[in-house]
Design a protein around this ligand. Sequence first.
Ligand code: MG
Length: 390
Amino acid sequence: MKTYVLILAGGKGTRMNAAVNKVLIPLCGKTVLLRSVLAFSPFADEMVIVCRPEDRSIIFDEISRENLPFPVRFAPGGHTRQGSVRNGISVISPLPDDIILIHDAARCLVDNELIRRVIQSVTEHGTGVPGIPVTSTYKICDKDSFVISTPERASLYEIQTPQGFTAGIYLPLIMKASEKGLDFTDDAGLLEYYHTPVKIIRGSSDNIKLTLPDDLKRARTILEGDDPTVRIGMGYDVHRLVKNRNLVLCGVSIPYEYGLLGHSDADVALHALMDAMLGACALGDIGKHFPDTDDCYSGISSLVLLRETCMLLKKAGYQPANIDITIVAQKPKLLPYIPQMAENIASVLKLSVSSVNVKATTTEQLGFEGRMEGISAYAVCTVIRIESGL
Ligand code: MG
């Protein structure tokens, strides 16, 4: 039995008043869409992202960086929600027992427990739709806003996604509805029309749908609830010393008969620093962001990568606060170059030089650094939270 996940991201999100489609807005370091995709990572066997053709390449790039353990396909958005679902379904071939989960990308705070409850319900009942009992009183009105009736509150639920169904139940119904030109604003509505029982399971109050600018604020509060203002990261790197290479440390070229071997300028100290910065923000490591399989990084100055790393932090809502680096090298003597190293880093990261400490040590001829086979570097970096922009 496989689980197919349809992520619906085909709308424009105009009510968000943002410069980009709302699903592409960064929210504490990850876009709304990526957060939704990652939420299903433990459950999906296959995924379809239904999006506008103009958003596809940017979404594809972002998803590709994640090395997801399941195939991701794309389908174009339809004119209606049901049209989008139909487009998404047309690129997969589930068996009748397989599970289809349909999720609005804008509900990016969906948690593992909720998804697990939906899957459990589909396994037991063939359907599973999360809902929250309403706390307000609702009125049904006519077109002139005169009340017709008051539904009993105890029987009312506010419905969320993901909505889950077995393919055997869902696919024949959506085909039938499409042939008849019927259109439903939610997936459960389709089942109701054909008198197929829909099981409601417990939703989550944090599983909000991001529609208006205020929803983003609320989402940030939920995400950052326990997130401390100051975070810390550490980095470590080693490069081999070889002939016929320049030795570059913290952006300073140091005259020496050996240099460090690597794809970029092999600036081991800046590599350790960038890993510390990324680590502090839980953004992975430099291999993920600047892969050495990518020719555009061949021979590149690591100061350029440091600037880009700083941008990644900014996007995630952080800036570096202070830095401490230890370079471990038996030779050459680094002391004369240390002030310039600290200045290079401070200038790229727009920090006061008093917030950047670089030091060097030998290992008393012990280990690979002592035998002058390579140089290693350790870095620690604290970051502080800034208001992340849209
Ligand atoms: Mg390296």
